[in-house]
Design a protein around this ligand. Structure first.
Ligand SMILES: *Cc1c(COP(=O)(O)O)cnc(C)c1O
Length: 463
């Protein structure tokens, strides 16, 4: 299968090159030239498959000849062996026709493990075949960093450097990163804020001459095609369990960069019967404003109780725009090129998007109330991100007869502050396998916000 850029001016690439490239050279994002489509009968035959075999069926058509069936099966097997629940993505019912899809049973307790465990294994396999070693470099405000480190810690052909703002991530988040003591894992605590970390990473990608010979940087950020692709699987998995393809199943997704919900859109394009996708946002509501009012103006960042959704613009939204504009890369490039005014979508095109997508914004107060309410109604404890998805679904769902699946993107123990506000007397222990997190040895390097010193540290570490 070939992959093309959403801005139409970069060369088309194979699956393997797409995965190892990240951003296209014209600034666009790679998408498949055409999507695989499953018939109703083919989907019906997937009912009852376990998560790994289902993942193989969904992912295989994208891979083409770049991986043999055995190779792909091995990658999937290794990626999901670190999950603590044997169902990988279990469903829990919280109301009549309301379900929670628990995506937090991976090693870092958040849904990003689904994509990053897979991506780490995929990278390592492709690099071994090419006899190449690469350096993964990324900045994190907390969550992505630990998922990326867990994804890469066992990879022979990858060294990973994650920068976090020193003293500005929670202790659980820091320890999830710094207690991984593998030789190929390097945590840098930068004396600065998250923006400083991101700028440091950007500058390093722009000029990689500080790296030892033959090494290059690769990104594992949420625009990587393999991350989106891995996330399509759990939409099929949940819907099949709730009666698809005979039944239509809808989803509500706590949304930041639009990667997770875009995977739901792809599942629908591939044949899964979905009538409604709910974009649930916190106070950083650019997508909600865009869908409801055609208002795509960036606003200052708000720090919310759901920090993993605190974004100003959603990078993966471009992939949806590409489809909405008839897969015309020039139209997308034009739409995004004009920086003098906020993007305005064509009203007819927006109308088309609204047939599938609904949106709703949930503020911190309502987030806390929703955690409390669901605990009373169903004795179920939500994390703040998931609470936003549940509340949004309840506000905008179109059908009460079709099942509504709310994606649970994190375990509540990861965000104790929001839970404590909702239920002050409630203890939320870390899962058993993480209970010694606060006793484990940590390793990190504190560095000043200085490009030269960061590069010196990296070059020495890679010798
Ligand atoms: C990353 C993240 C999200 C947002 O997902 P996107 O794919 O960026 O829309 C939601 N919840 C949690 C817990 C996350 O870590």
């Amino acid at each position: 299968m070939k992959f093309i850029s959403t801005r139409g001016r970069a060369p088309s690439l194979s699956f393997a090159d797409t995965v190892l490239t990240g951003l296209a050279s014209d600034g666009g994002l790679y998408v498949p030239e055409s999507l695989p489509k499953f018939s109703c009968e083919e989907i019906a035959e997937m009912a009852g498959l376990d998560y790994r075999e289902l993942a193989f069926r969904i992912i295989q058509p994208f891979v083409g000849d770049d991986l043999s069936d055995d190779e792909l099966r091995g990658i999937i097997e290794r990626a999901y062996s670190s999950f603590r629940h044997s169902a990988i993505a279990p469903l829990v019912q919280t109301d009549s026709n309301e379900w929670i899809l628990e995506l937090f049973h991976g090693p870092t307790l958040a849904f990003k493990d689904f994509a990053l465990q897979f991506l780490g294994q995929l990278f390592d396999h492709l690099l071994k075949k090419r006899d190449e070693r690469v350096v993964v470099m990324g900045a994190t405000s907390g969550d992505t960093g630990s998922a990326a480190i867990e994804g890469c810690r066992h990879c022979d052909n990858i060294d990973i450097f994650i920068l976090h703002p020193h003293n500005r991530v929670s202790e659980v988040q820091r320890r999830q990163m710094t207690t991984v003591l593998s030789d190929n894992v390097f945590n840098i605590a930068l004396e600065g804020n998250f923006d400083d970390c991101q700028n440091m990473v950007k500058a390093s990608f722009a000029d990689q001459s500080f790296l030892p010979d033959g090494r290059r940087l690769v990104a594992v950020n949420s625009i990587n095609w393999a991350r989106i692709m891995a996330q399509i699987v759990y939409y099929f998995y949940a819907a099949l369990r709730l009666g698809a393809p005979q039944k239509t199943v809808n989803f509500s997704v706590p949304t930041g960069n639009f990667g997770d919900i875009f995977a739901g859109y792809l599942a629908r394009q591939m044949g899964l019967p979905i009538d409604q996708l709910v974009i649930a946002t916190n106070a950083n509501d650019i997508l909600h404003r865009c869908i409801s009012d055609n208002d795509h103006s960036p606003k200052p960042l708000v720090h919310s109780l759901s920090p993993s959704m605190d974004i100003m613009v959603s990078s993966n939204f471009e992939r949806l725009l590409f489809d909405l504009y008839g897969r015309d890369g020039n139209a997308v490039a034009e739409l995004l090129a004009d920086r003098s005014a906020p993007m305005q979508l064509d009203e007819a095109i927006l109308g088309k998007a609204r047939e599938l997508f609904s949106s709703y914004r949930v503020d911190d107060t309502r987030t806390v109330e929703t955690i409390r309410e669901l605990h009373e109604q169903a004795e179920y404890l939500l994390d703040p991100h998931t609470a936003i998805g549940v509340e949004a679904a309840r506000r905008v769902r179109k059908s009460t007869e079709q099942p509504m699946v709310c994606l649970s993107t994190a375990h509540p123990a990861k965000f104790p502050e929001a839970v404590a506000r909702a239920l002050p007397t409630h203890e939320i222990p870390l899962p058993a396998y993480m209970q010694d997190l606060f006793q484990r040895e940590e390793r990190m390097k504190v560095l000043p916000n200085d490009l030269q010193q960061v590069h010196d540290f990296m070059a020495t570490a890679l010798k």
